[in-house]
Design a binder for this molecule. Structure first.
Ligand SMILES: C[S@@+](CC[C@H](N)C(=O)[O-])C[C@H]1O[C@@H](n2cnc3c(N)ncnc32)[C@H](O)[C@@H]1O
Length: 808
């Protein structure tokens, strides 16, 4: 979490090195390469303008991918070192001077592509930074509308902020196709998103308010003063400020949802992520609370939805699935359309609405399948070390990556090795053929409506694939929940903001990317206005801690209460009860330290679990004698996210060909368990990789290269072959995964020892120089006598065998 340190390993990532290797001035060059790969706008472009182009990485890419003799213009506040066949100048894109200069350079030409990768310098005022970023984007759009040809492409970087939707809305009025995307080379820690606007409409007149920050971002009623000449009048009238996350001013609300809303919702993860508490107030819910499947655990989880760990989340999802089945919600949602059509006009409309909803569902399912397939492809790539987890946004998916192509046995072994634990319930459920319906994400009985993609996915019949899909789904939903929660959690934002400010104060910036990331995050923080405006007070800080404490204590109260108590208890009552528990002598001296004597931070660090422990381990270690803070709760503490990131990185160490080899070694009994443990001890073993001095990390980056159990060449060969398989459109994802699995098996299998040929020098006096003629493979020069003696010895042995070992 937070920003990556300059010397940290994430900072000097694969793209940094690639940029160095390939002579690009900035790693951001790969963002444009990847965007162009996806949208292909450079190959046919003859004129391009790059706004905010320094140090010139994108210009280098444009020059490389555009036809020779194209017109390429680059402008930035700072001068750009010359690039052959590229015109650059230093100007502020917000000024008329810049516009005039562009006009002068472009003459009568129109640009096919306008690029904008601008990021303002980060100051201490977050809200201002956010605003000027959006302003930069709007100004670059203004320039684009002036210089772009009809049908042209505008590519811009946008930061996730409160103004994001307004910008997208404006883009949509001017371009026929607008897509937001995050190329793999854009770091996950950065809030930047790239928006590719294709097919410029080039209207004759554009209402200036479209491109005026005052109107676009300040929510002024544009439609009231619309001129009739404006061709966009109807669209502008529709403009409605729409933000993601909380409504304005809604940051501090304690949101409650009714349990049945959760059960009935088609977006269960989203609903969990956007509320604080689930209550049982509707008549249906009151019945639900009485059901045996509504356990105390579930009720406790419902009391605070902000701190759901993966285990709680899973429990809630399964509970929801059970209730949906009980209330036959799946079937109700899948009501045949014909039935509806039989009614009067009103039900006709209803039927249509239903049909639309079903259609929407289908699309959603298809999209989810597509994402799963993509993720699976990425997993395979990652297994082969082609890409890093952060490239494909898989921080949450450390476990899932094992499942793409490995067998159940392999998977179990990896997990055992990795965490000493296997999630039996899910494996068993998956083996028993339980489908994803149980997670509530796919309605039962929808087979008849399956798209081709779905059917193909459904054909995936091997156990390992089913597990992969099942876990993918949980992971996917859980990350949706976490994302949503993060968006909503103002306090989390405040915390991040403070960390970011501290980080910023901590080091200077000499890299274009760094600045972008900082400002990106600044915008992200400013996504919550409240957080941007307020200073983090000690009280708020304390609030967060007590919130986390409450969450931790929640577990302790678990056994002491009945269902009714839990539902009716106030939060204060819950924590009061837990305070009594904390007063027990057994909590006084954890690890020889009296917790009462420590500050909160110190207490926190004493309670931190070792990173080698998994969420499920902690759950498993529940005993009646004492209660520890569960890993899930630990995970949900924003302060611990950074630590968790470290852990994830350690996790990924296993998701490589080395890990696969290790598993196979074990499976083939080539190494004993102890050998393997010995061999694979790493620096994460003792969780001491934090707060290391920078020089140490630098050194480590340079020198700490693991010795691979397979050669570099072999990995390169495998990667090449695997790429071929991945790109093969005739194969299903499952076939690809199987084929790559076979490939790994083959590559890691030990080759049979080559036979050594004995060669006799014909003329031993002369001696032989180099390899004798006609001899291939391994050979050894011997003298005639030795060869004769060997032959004689063999013949004797053969004879004695024939005679049953009797001597003549
Ligand atoms: C992330 S860098 C661009 C990197 C570039 N795409 C590359 O590949 O090398 C952002 C740039 O925006 C520039 N910038 C910020 N505000 C600007 C403005 N008002 N006018 C011109 N350039 C600006 C900064 O000087 C900085 O060089």
């Amino acid at each position: 979490m937070g920003f990556q340190k300059k010397s940290g390993k994430g900072r000097l990532d694969k793209y940094y090195h690639l940029a160095k290797e390939q002579g690009y001035r900035a790693r951001s060059a790969f963002k444009l390469i990847q965007l162009n790969k996806k949208y292909n706008f450079l190959g046919s472009a003859r004129a391009l303008i790059d706004l905010c182009a320094a140090p010139g990485g994108w210009l280098q890419v444009a020059q490389k991918y555009m036809p020779v003799q194209s017109l390429i213009l680059g402008v930035d506040l700072v001068p750009i070192k010359p690039i052959p066949n590229v015109i650059t100048f230093a100007e502020d894109i917000l000024t008329d001077k810049c516009r005039n200069r562009l006009r002068q350079e472009m003459k009568t030409w129109k640009a096919d592509v306008v690029l904008h990768d601008g990021a303002p310098n980060v100051g201490s005022n977050w809200s201002h930074d956010a605003y000027s970023q959006a302003e930069l984007v709007l100004m670059s759009l203004k320039l684009a509308t002036e210089f772009l040809r009809k049908g042209g492409t505008f590519v811009t970087k946008v930061f996730r902020s409160k103004d994001y939707n307004s910008l997208i809305w404006v883009f949509n009025q001017l371009f026929r196709k607008v897509e937001a995307t995050k190329p793999p080379s854009s770091r996950n820690v950065s809030a930047e998103i790239f928006v590719v606007c294709q097919d410029f409409i080039a209207p004759k007149k554009i209402d200036p308010r479209f491109l005026d920050a005052k109107y676009v971002f300040e929510d002024l009623e544009i439609n009231k003063t619309m001129t009739s000449t404006d061709i966009f009048a109807p669209e502008l009238k529709k403009k409605k400020r729409h933000r993601e996350g909380y409504e304005d001013g809604d940051y501090t609300l304690h949101k409650k949802i009714d349990a049945m809303d959760f059960v009935k919702s088609r977006d269960p993860a989203g609903i969990l992520g956007s509320a604080n508490e689930m209550e049982f107030v509707s008549d249906e819910s009151k019945e639900v609370v009485k059901l045996p499947e509504t356990t105390e655990d579930i009720l406790l989880a419902c009391r605070d939805l902000r701190v759901l760990g993966k285990k709680d989340f899973r429990t809630l999802m399964k509970w929801r699935a059970g209730l949906r089945e009980r209330f036959q919600l799946e079937k109700a949602e899948e009501k045949p359309k014909i039935e509806e059509k039989e009614g009067d006009e009103g039900s006709d409309v209803e039927g249509e609405l239903d049909a639309l909803a079903t259609e929407e569902m289908k699309k959603l399912r298809k999209e989810r399948k597509r994402q799963n397939a993509k993720r699976q492809r990425n997993l395979v790539k990652m297994q082969l070390n082609m890409t890093t987890p952060t490239d494909i946004g898989l921080e949450q998916d450390a476990d899932a990556m094992f499942t793409a192509s490995s067998t159940v046995g392999d998977k179990r072994k990896i997990r055992d090795l990795h965490s000493g634990h296997v999630d039996d319930i899910d494996v068993e459920a998956a083996l028993a053929g339980e489908t994803l319906v149980s997670l509530g994400s796919r309605p039962a009985g929808s087979d008849s409506e399956m798209s081709e993609d779905e059917e193909r996915a459904e054909d995936v019949d091997s156990d390992s694939e089913r597990i992969a899909m099942l876990e993918d789904e949980i992971e996917g939903l859980y990350s949706e929940y976490v994302d949503r929660k993060r968006e909503m959690d103002t306090k989390y934002d405040i915390k991040k903001k403070r960390a970011a400010e501290e980080e910023f104060r901590g080091f200077s910036d000499d890299d274009d990317e760094e600045g972008a990331e900082k400002s990106g995050s600044s915008d992200e923080e400013s996504g919550s206005e409240a957080s941007a405006k307020s200073e983090m007070s000690a009280d708020e800080d304390e609030d967060i801690r007590s919130m986390m404490r409450e969450a931790k204590e929640k577990k302790i109260t678990k056994r002491s209460r009945g269902k009714k108590d839990i539902v009716n208890a106030t939060p204060a009552q819950l924590s009061k009860n837990s305070a009594i528990w904390f007063d027990q002598p057994m909590f006084k001296g954890v690890g020889g330290v009296n917790l009462d004597d420590l500050s909160d931070e110190e207490v926190g660090s004493k309670r931190k679990r070792p990173v080698t422990e998994t969420a499920d381990d902690v759950g498993a270690s529940d005993s009646d004698d004492f209660e520890v803070v569960s890993a899930e709760e630990f995970d949900s503490d924003p302060e611990n996210v950074e630590l968790e990131d470290e852990q994830r990185e350690a996790d990924y160490d296993l998701a490589t060909p080395e890990a696969m080899t290790m598993v196979r070694e074990l499976a083939n009994r080539k190494s004993s368990k102890h050998d393997l443990i010995d061999k694979h001890f790493n620096r994460y073993t003792f969780n001491d990789s934090q707060n290391l001095p920078e020089w140490f990390l630098d050194d480590e980056n340079r020198h700490n290269k693991p010795t691979l159990p397979v050669t570099k060449e072999r990995i390169a060969g495998m990667q090449k072959k695997a790429e071929g398989v991945i790109q093969n459109e005739d194969m299903t994802e499952a076939e690809k995964a199987r084929s790559i699995d076979r490939m790994i098996k083959r590559a890691t299998k030990a080759k049979p020892k080559q036979k050594v040929q004995l060669v006799v020098a014909k003329n031993s006096n002369r001696g032989i120089q180099g390899r004798p003629k006609g001899i291939t493979g391994k050979y050894k020069m011997v003298d005639r006598r030795m060869k004769k003696e060997l032959r004689a010895q063999k013949s004797r042995e053969r004879k004695s065998k024939k005679n049953g070992g009797r001597k003549k």
